[in-house]
Design a protein around this ligand. Structure first.
Ligand code: PLP
Ligand code: ZN
Length: 562
């Protein structure tokens, strides 16, 4: 086994988390030689690597192999530039949730569009180094896709056992790479058992997720990258060379991702490069939330969910086993955090909101993390100044139909058979084009002297439906606008210089042309009883700025304009 000859550091070791004994790293070592335990963890020469690491990183390409002193294999020939994904700021979502520092770690931009690319790149490189030629895995979809791509490059034959819940599009992608797909009509946990038994009987290498040191090592590079990227974006904190986020949020199935990311942040701290650990938030779907159930009941182990009820196959691990226990022990020892669940529906809504507000289209499993983010922000667990990183993956095609529903495209049929392409019948074309925009959308006027506040309300409405939106920056403008455009609804700020919202309201009601228009008041001010009295009967609802969220405002709007 090659052991990093040529680097000044001691070779990678495997340490048993139960008896602490160490042995030299090999991907073929699956159990502790001393106690037989199945949980081995890679350990490095942290004391010597830490001080020189920042200097080494400067000149290396931004992919996961830049951390090779902290990985069990060196940059392999099969690399496709995995890792090194962008950290994307989400200011619109941030404005909506009252948190200015929300970032998406954009794993969609990996070779097969999910963070499983890291696991597959390192895992397959390690297999190849160890001479493995045939391997087996079980997957809820994305692991199989990523491993298939890398196994194809490495010339390793792969057997992928997929639960029948995996969307057909994903199964076909797996097969395209030449992997033998075995579709198992059973839960993912049962599929995993079948795959393990198949590998045992045939004597084949089994990729074992959280129990595979190569996989955990691959995932920890997400943490290294986040620390580097946040330091570049926001500068180092006062007490350490590198910055960590306050929160790392990920949707969780088996828990390998958070386990690896937690190890990554803890190693940075061990090497003296960061000051503190981020809190971890693991988000599960409510139909398969063994970790959330255990967390809420304070149990150290999770009771398996035997029949997951979710359409989001990626997140259908019902039995997280020891991974949950390790996550919780490590959260207690330093990072803190929480587990939350959200419904499939909340995830689909979040998917649509994120795409419309930030231009980021994610797969349902990631949308679960976004719905979790919204939930944590609403419940006040995220502070406005917190730096929050959400892990984000792709693969949207199999689900878009469900999220968009009917009517997502307008069709344009041109009059048939023009005599020549140069002579398109102009009249027919114009008539057809006019039909594309013929629909009348509800007309909403937003009145606020703060441009940011107007922009936020506009984004919230546009993220959830089709509206014709007007804006007014003062009371005077609002009155003119209301008379000229006859909006179906006015969203009115109370505190404006010159003419305040109370006066606007009085004048609207005094004018027969505008008296009937419903008004929603949005205010940053705590109103006195007299002020509340003044609004009574004049408005439809009163929302407190900074406290209302997209769906509250949206529900009000929808109730007023059918
Ligand atoms: C695998 C996967 C998850 C679940 O991650 P674990 O770390 O295995 O719990 C969540 N989202 C996406 C997109 C995934 O591919
Ligand atoms: Zn041991």
């Amino acid at each position: 086994m090659p052991t990093r000859t040529g680097t000044p550091f001691s070779p990678v070791q495997l340490q048993c988390i139960d008896c602490q004994c160490t042995t030299a790293y090999s991907p073929l070592t699956r159990t502790c030689p001393q106690c037989g335990g199945e949980w081995l963890e890679a350990v490095y020469d942290f004391d010597r690597i830490g001080p020189v690491l920042p200097g080494l990183l400067g000149s290396r390409p931004f992919d996961l192999w830049r951390y090779e002193e902290l990985l069990p294999v060196s940059r392999p020939a099969l690399s496709m530039g995995e890792g090194g994904t962008p950290l994307i700021h989400a200011p619109n979502l941030g404005m909506m949730l009252g948190c200015q520092h929300i970032y998406f770690k954009d794993e969609r931009q990996g070779p097969t569009s999910s963070f499983k690319d890291r696991q597959a790149a390192v895992g397959v490189a390690a297999m190849k180094e160890a001479g493995v030629t045939e391997a087996v895995l079980a997957s809820t979809g994305n692991v199989a896709i990523a491993y298939s791509a890398y196994a194809a490059r490495a010339g390793i034959k792969l057997w992928a056992f997929l639960t029948s819940l995996v969307p057909a599009e994903k199964m076909r992608e797996v097969a395209l790479y030449g992997t033998q797909v075995v579709k198992v009509t059973a839960s993912y946990d049962q599929t995993r058992q079948v795959a393990a038994e198949f590998a045992r009987q045939r004597g084949l290498f089994l990729e074992s997720g959280s129990r595979s040191p190569a996989s955990v090592e691959a995932m920890k590079t997400i943490a290294y990258e986040i620390a580097e990227q946040l330091t570049a974006l926001l500068g180092p904190p006062d007490d350490a060379p590198m910055r960590t986020p306050n929160w790392y949020i990920q949707s969780v199935s088996g828990g390998l991702g958070p386990l690896g990311v937690q190890k990554g942040f803890s190693e940075l701290q061990k090497m003296g490069l960061t000051g503190r650990m981020p809190a971890m938030a693991g988000i599960q779907v409510s139909g398969c939330a063994p970790m959330v159930q255990a967390w809420k009941q304070g149990q150290p182990t999770a009771d398996p969910v035997t029949s997951p009820r979710t359409n989001i196959a990626t997140l259908s691990t019902g039995n997280p086993g020891r991974t949950y226990t390790l996550l919780v022990e490590r959260m207690a020892a330093g990072s803190g955090g929480t587990f939350e669940s959200v419904s499939d529906d909340a995830a689909f809504r979040a998917m649509h909101i994120l795409a419309k507000m930030e231009g980021i289209s994610v797969e349902p499993a990631t949308a679960v993390a976004v719905a979790g983010l919204i939930r944590l922000a609403r419940s006040g667990q995220l502070k406005p100044s917190d730096v929050i990183v959400v892990n984000c993956s792709g693969h949207t095609v199999s689900i878009e139909g469900e999220v968009l529903g009917e009517g997502w495209a307008r069709s344009l049929v041109l009059p048939s058979q023009p005599p020549s392409p140069a002579a398109l019948p102009q009249e027919g074309l114009l008539a057809a084009l006019s039909r594309v925009t013929a629909g009348r959308y509800p007309r909403v006027a937003i009145v606020d002297d703060m441009p940011d506040a107007r922009r936020l309300i506009r984004r919230i409405l546009q993220a959830q439906g089709d509206y014709t939106i007007f804006e007014a920056a003062s009371g005077q403008e609002a009155l003119e606008l209301a008379r000229r455009e006859s909006p179906d609804l006015i969203i009115l700020d109370l505190m404006m210089p010159e003419m305040d919202g109370f006066t606007v309201l009085d004048q609207l009601k005094a004018d027969a042309r505008t008296a009937h228009i419903p008004v929603i008041v949005v205010t940053a001010k705590d109103l006195t009883p007299e002020e509340k009295e003044r609004l009574k009967g004049q408005i439809h609802s009163l929302l407190q700025k900074g406290e209302f969220m997209n769906d509250e405002l949206f529900d009000e709007v929808r109730a007023l304009i059918k």
